[in-house]
Design a protein around this ligand. Structure first.
Ligand code: AMP
Length: 536
């Protein structure tokens, strides 16, 4: 059954169940279904049946879920854009994706310039649909894109990864099975702030154990593909998605209180977010008594983080998963046990069914076990390519032979090796892509946008790492066209302010240094090594 049918089945059998909670707001499956039906008809009335994407702008509001489903139930993939994006980047994604419709759950920033129709989506959770033409809608077909997620691109423009409905279903089937293998932590009805929910036979956990439905934590913004794991695993199984918004994350007190009232049973986040929570001594099983599973993805899971979680949550499993947006969130998994904690780095797991991991050398030849090379992912969750970018698609996607069958594959740009047991070990990047607090950033994306800042002639950006190899911040270096006016701090502040108009905050270097000249390598590129030597 595909995702939309699965959500429809929950709505039909257990419409009162809570699908989503966010800041005291709560959306039932019945509301999600009826709101998205009405929006789908409105979108079908607005757009030709051409599969063009619909941009959905907002943060963690329940209306976001209604808008996502409304678009796909009208056979249009959605592009989630978070409120952290500046106007310039929003405009360029609307433009480059050729979206003709934007559903604005929050008001678009005033600087967004677009010819697309903008529908007010702020009332969608209450089924308030903007007035206009409607038409009978039909949902996306299995081989059509279901969503398009934009990730940092080295040109300075993000690139849109298209994920089909069948790739999403294949991923969700597997990710849900990860959640089902855990040991259930007995539930006490009084623990749940919203009380037990009735079983409807949709969720295996619910029907077999008379436990209330799971509550999945949503930490990542919907514009980051990690959120696909919690969003669709929750909705496909009739569970509740509990969203934590950006303002709560930056306030330790609010975060603690929010978690205390969440009743979360499945945790999905970046390891960075878990580290942030671990800084709170009260973050343990007494805060989250029903938490039985941690699912991590998106960046290296430090051994110390996994060890601390196992200590503070002795009944919960810690699972490391690995994968890029281009292959639908994650394709490998491993339950971290005591046997892994002795090693300096943790493995990232074995391939899920339907996925083959290949390790290739520079010439593209397959490498045997234990030999490091580039990780290729082949299988049933690989993207159909970057939206309207056949050039980039041709460079990153290919077909490989898997047991005699030509199978879509993605060249990850990640280094790694498979051990003799088929366990994958991650060994860093082959290019300038980094992860900072879980966010994927191409250093060249930041550099190209720095070059757009008034007076900047040349720019180079370094990822500064701590002794464990984790990126702690970015350090930018700029060469100006004319000598700066003002002291270094004032100049850096002014440059950063202008850069914020082009890239989200997390891509703005913490440190910015003006240099007389950016050193160049023999082939004319910024010499990051020389700058690194200067930085340390
Ligand atoms: P994204 O598309 O944002 O999910 O980023 C994908 C990239 O994040 C991968 O290509 C890896 O470089 C990195 N990544 C994902 N999962 C892991 C993991 N478990 N350990 C280390 N790096 C990871």
């Amino acid at each position: 059954m595909d995702i939309i049918d699965r959500i429809g089945a929950v709505a039909a059998r257990a419409g009162d169940r809570v699908a989503h909670r966010h800041l005291g707001e709560s959306l039932s499956y019945a509301q999600l279904w009826s709101g998205s039906s009405a929006l789908a008809a409105r979108i079908a009335g607005e757009l030709p049946d051409d599969g063009s994407p619909v941009v959905v702008y907002g943060h963690k509001e329940s209306a976001m879920l209604v808008a996502f489903l409304g678009a796909v139930r009208a056979a249009h993939p959605y592009i989630p854009i978070d409120v952290s994006w500046p106007a310039d980047r929003i405009s360029s994604v609307i433009d480059e994706s050729r979206a003709r419709l934007v559903v604005a759950v929050r008001t678009l920033p005033s600087g967004v310039s677009t010819a697309a129709t903008v529908l007010d989506g702020s009332g969608l959770a209450a089924s308030t649909i903007p007035p206009g033409p409607t038409r009978q809608a039909h949902p996306v077909a299995p081989d059509d894109p279901y969503y398009v997620i934009y990730t940092s691109g080295s040109t300075g423009h993000p690139k849109g990864v298209q994920i089909t409905s069948s790739a999403l279903s294949n991923f969700v089937d597997w990710a849900v099975s990860l959640a089902e293998i855990r040991v259930l932590i007995p539930h006490r009805a009084s623990d749940a702030p919203h009380g037990p929910q009735s079983s409807d036979g949709v969720s295996k956990r619910g029907s077999a154990t008379a436990e209330p439905a799971d509550v999945w934590l949503n930490q990542a913004p919907f514009s980051f593909d990690l959120s696909v794991m919690d969003l669709y695993c929750a909705l496909a199984t009739g569970a509740t998605l509990h969203s934590i918004d950006a303002a709560t994350v930056v306030s330790p007190r609010r975060l603690h209180d929010e978690l205390a009232s969440s009743d979360v049973s499945v945790w999905v986040s970046t390891p960075s977010f878990a580290d942030l929570c671990l800084a709170d001594p009260g973050f343990d099983a007494s805060l989250l008594p029903r938490l039985g599973l941690f699912l991590f993805c998106g960046e290296t899971l430090p051994t110390a983080t996994a060890a601390a979680l196992r200590e503070r949550f002795p009944d919960a499993q810690v699972v490391n998963t690995y994968g890029p947006t281009e292959s639908t969130v994650a394709v490998t998994s491993v339950v971290i046990g005591p046997e892994h904690l002795a090693a300096a780095t943790l493995p990232v797991g074995r391939a899920k069914p339907g996925t083959t991991i290949l390790i290739r050398d520079e010439s593209g030849a397959a490498l045997p076990a234990n030999q490091p090379g580039e990780i290729l992912i082949a299988g049933d969750t690989v993207s159909v390519g970057y939206l309207h970018r056949p050039d980039l698609t041709a460079g990153a996607f290919t077909l490989v032979d898997v047991d005699g069958v030509p199978t879509p594959a993605y060249r990850t740009g990640d280094l790694g090796h498979l051990d003799a047991d088929g366990m994958l070990h991650f060994g860093g990047r082959l290019d300038g892509q980094i992860k900072l607090h879980g966010y994927r950033i191409e250093l060249e994306d930041v550099e190209n946008n720095l070059r757009r800042v008034t007076g900047v002639q040349q720019a180079a950006v370094l990822a500064v790492r701590n002794e464990s190899g984790v990126v702690t911040h970015l350090h930018g270096f700029v060469q100006l066209a004319s000598p700066p006016e003002g002291g270094p701090l004032a100049v850096a502040t002014a440059l950063k302010k202008e850069l914020r108009a082009y890239v989200p905050d997390y891509m703005v270097p913490k440190l910015l240094t003006v240099v007389d000249r950016i050193p160049l390598t023999g082939n004319g590129k910024a010499d990051r090594r020389a700058l690194l030597a200067r930085d340390t």
